[in-house]
Design a protein around this ligand. Structure first.
Ligand SMILES: [Zn+2]
Length: 411
């Protein structure tokens, strides 16, 4: 397949519907992800990549771009093929707008859905650029097909143009990132590299190597139910206890009141009756000490409820989910520094920002492959107002090549 530019490539991938499904008990969570995997597999082979492998059962695509320069580190590039199901749909119809005029964009006439720079000021920076938008009925899936397209372009370019010096490059496309299982079945032997980058962020120039430390907490609360007419001194309403327990936690440490490096407790779900209640929290903090402290606060809140209403009233089950990759990336700072240098050389403003979430890179960082995240040129992810900038995607391809080249030049 020949593409005129990365925009055309992106539109082809975005048009392949690959929504993943929460709570599915299959791997991958949806069969449609294989439709894109197959295309990428064929294209990588056609380009002349080596060790191209499609793990059809688990839905991973691997490939290698052989080194043309001795002594450079092996660098991994990773992006995910699935898209968010935040907007339920069955198809994606990407639309390219060349030389965007900076005005309102009617995504759907019928549904009166308009993408406007007055609501999304980032659009103003795209004036005169080529962008891709949705038809208003689905996400675009720039998260993360803008990353997939960038890696495919980089591969194509490096395989075609021997003048760019580089070490060995390992490529991997993963399924199910959006449902938290992106690297669950990753074959680390096929993706053996010294360090890597996930290409899964927003604007080009973004680089993130700090994510949350994360834990989940389930609390089961026992109440005492009886006939309401005879409740005095007997009834203990588990739902009200749940509310009381929540009031023991710092009330301003919630997602809606925090940003940057501020951590939080989020009550994700609650189920209850007078007789019993269940609460599901997630706990997040970038700072390891604060993270431990937050888990302690949760323990104390449960203890306090038990002291007041009797032992065994509330039971806590807490489990760590993932940790901040910073501790794995910091010892090899050049992974970040070289990327920042490359940005500066290309006139891209580096934006080093903590991620208020986790990434697949954070999980593989703890498996020995430090892996920060780079931008893609996509905006407004997980919604119908999502769009990507083709100009930024082109810049991103240049950036990734430059980073790779810098590591080869340094030897
Ligand atoms: Zn993503």
């Amino acid at each position: 397949m020949k593409y005129k530019d990365i925009g055309e490539r992106f539109i082809r991938y975005a048009g392949i519907f690959t929504q993943s499904e929460d709570g599915a008990d299959t791997t991958p969570s949806s069969d449609v992800q294989r439709d894109l995997a197959e295309v990428l597999y064929e294209e990588l082979k056609e380009m002349g990549a080596e060790n191209v492998f499609y793990d059809k059962e688990r839905c991973y695509v691997y490939g290698t771009i052989p080194a043309n320069h001795e002594g450079a580190p092996v660098i991994g590039l990773m992006a995910h093929m699935d898209t968010s199901n935040a907007v339920r749909s069955t198809a994606v119809n990407p639309r390219r707008i060349n030389d965007y005029d900076g005005g309102d964009i009617v995504l759907s006439e019928d549904l009166s859905i308009v993408l406007s720079p007055s609501e999304y000021p980032s659009l103003l920076r795209q004036k005169g650029c080529d962008i891709v938008v949705t038809d208003g009925t689905s996400v675009l899936g720039g998260d993360d097909k803008a990353g997939v397209a960038a890696i495919m372009e980089v591969a194509d370019l490096l395989l075609k143009d021997p003048s760019v010096r580089h070490g060995e490059i390992k490529i991997c496309f993963t399924p199910d990132e959006e449902v938290g299982n992106g690297v669950m079945n990753l074959d680390y032997d096929r993706f053996r590299c010294d360090f890597g980058y996930t290409i899964d962020g927003g604007t080009v120039g973004e680089i993130s190597y700090e994510n949350f430390n994360a834990a989940g907490a389930r609390i089961n609360i026992k109440g005492v139910s009886c006939h309401p007419g005879e409740g005095k001194g007997i009834m203990v309403n588990a739902i009200l206890l749940a509310g009381e327990l929540n009031s023991y936690l710092p009330q301003d440490d919630v997602p809606e009141k925090t940003e940057g490096y501020e951590g939080f407790f989020l009550l994700m779900g609650m189920n209850g009756s007078v007789d019993n209640a269940e609460m599901d929290y997630i706990i997040r903090d970038h700072d390891r000490e604060m993270f431990l402290k937050r888990k302690e606060m949760m323990e104390k809140a449960v203890e306090r409820l038990n002291e007041k209403y009797g032992a065994g009233t509330a039971e806590l089950f807490m489990k760590d989910s993932y940790y901040n990759m910073r501790e794995k990336v910091e010892p090899c700072r050049q992974i970040v520094d070289k990327a920042v240098e490359a940005m500066e050389e290309l006139g891209i403003k580096p934006i080093v920002e903590p991620i208020r979430g986790g990434t697949d890179g954070c999980q593989i960082s703890f498996k020995g492959i430090p892996c920060p995240n780079l931008g893609t040129g996509g905006y407004n992810f997980h919604g119908r107002y999502e769009y990507v900038s083709i100009n930024e995607m082109k810049k991103n391809v240049e950036l990734i090549c430059r980073i790779i080249n810098k590591f080869a030049e340094q030897g």
